[in-house]
Design a protein around this ligand. Sequence first.
Ligand SMILES: Cc1cc2nc3c(=O)[nH]c(=O)nc-3n(C[C@H](O)[C@H](O)[C@H](O)COP(=O)(O)OP(=O)(O)OC[C@H]3O[C@@H](n4cnc5c(N)ncnc54)[C@H](O)[C@@H]3O)c2cc1C
Length: 370
Amino acid sequence: MPSYLDALEKALPVITEHALAVDKEARFPKESLAALREAGLMGLISSTDVGGLGQGLRAAGEVIERIARECGSTAMVLCMHYCGAAVIEKHGSTESRKKASGEELSTLAFSEAGSRSHFWAPVSSATADGDDVVLDAHKSWVTSAENAATYVWSSQPLSAEGASTIWLVPRAAKGIAIKGPFEGLGLRGNDSSPVTAEKVRIPKANMLGEDGGGFGVMMETVLPIFNVMNAACTIGLMEGAVQRTIAHVSGTRYKHLDSALADLPTIRNYVARMRNKADMARTLWQDTIAAAEAGRADTMLRVLQVKATAGETATEVLDLAMRVCGGAAFRRDVGVERYFRDTRAGGIMAPTTDVLYDFIGKAVCGMDLF
Ligand SMILES: Cc1cc2nc3c(=O)[nH]c(=O)nc-3n(C[C@H](O)[C@H](O)[C@H](O)COP(=O)(O)OP(=O)(O)OC[C@H]3O[C@@H](n4cnc5c(N)ncnc54)[C@H](O)[C@@H]3O)c2cc1C
């Protein structure tokens, strides 16, 4: 077993122990994040020269998928951290790369009140002032808003042509305000809140990539890791739900018939459909990772497909789980309703499922995405 999975085994009992309370109380999974940090997994994709484990998409996906089977909120917080860390790793200073590899939790601050899920078109501003930049923004959703140490932040360019520029913004910067708390349907512990910036001053050196080069950073670095990690999260949630459903139907009995729920052909049929759908999404996910690793020509198509497919499949699988587990699911006894709520996030996180369908349609018809 790879050493990062060994390390994860140590953190999993803590994540499992707190998962129900994180959901019920809509509280940030602090204990789980501490366990992941202790296990060295915050730096999983950071280079070894800055103290990370130097792993890639496959390892990060495996870790997130496994965590999501227990706690969707923890998995999503880690997913957003890996996305932020990937940008910092590629474009940040050695100091910021070191911090992102363990000490500092990161996240993405792309969605805005003005451009909503169209993350590629920020309307917020960045104004040069000597060696500094002054940021003003209404970010509509930031995972780990209160708990992150840094935001990987989009704005309009300073002076260059282009759709956007990316910045490393400290959570502690003067003028940052969190408009929480988060009260979500699912992933209730992920601390996703609106964040505003009012005359936030940061050094110009905090630019990640080129001025006006944000679109390239988003498409080349963020989109592949975000879509594959978001799918990992959704696939792990599906797996958690499938396993709980199987345990429920196998263990629940009708005394007067002396049989289990699983003895009903209708129930077995639904469980089979759940298994098939979940496995089909997982197979596409694994092929997407293989495509990225091999630099295959269809990598971008797979990256677009995998998030849309995982999100859509999860809503179907969780609908079946709720149906199969009946009243026990409605009453929360089996625990599948938490997965039912958590899986709804995958499809509405940008790029949303409908935007991805539009992109996939354009890609297969030989049209430009933008
Ligand atoms: C749990 C959670 C965590 C999040 N964390 C973060 C984060 O850390 N950082 C961050 O930047 N954002 C984050 N987001 C925000 C997310 O990425 C989206 O921006 C947000 O959910 C979109 O919300 P909206 O309904 O306002 O989008 P809208 O743009 O208003 O979309 C509404 C509907 O219109 C559809 N639509 C929009 N444009 C098109 C189109 N061109 N073609 C077809 N249909 C279209 C969408 O698919 C959607 O169904 C998070 C969201 C959630 C739910």
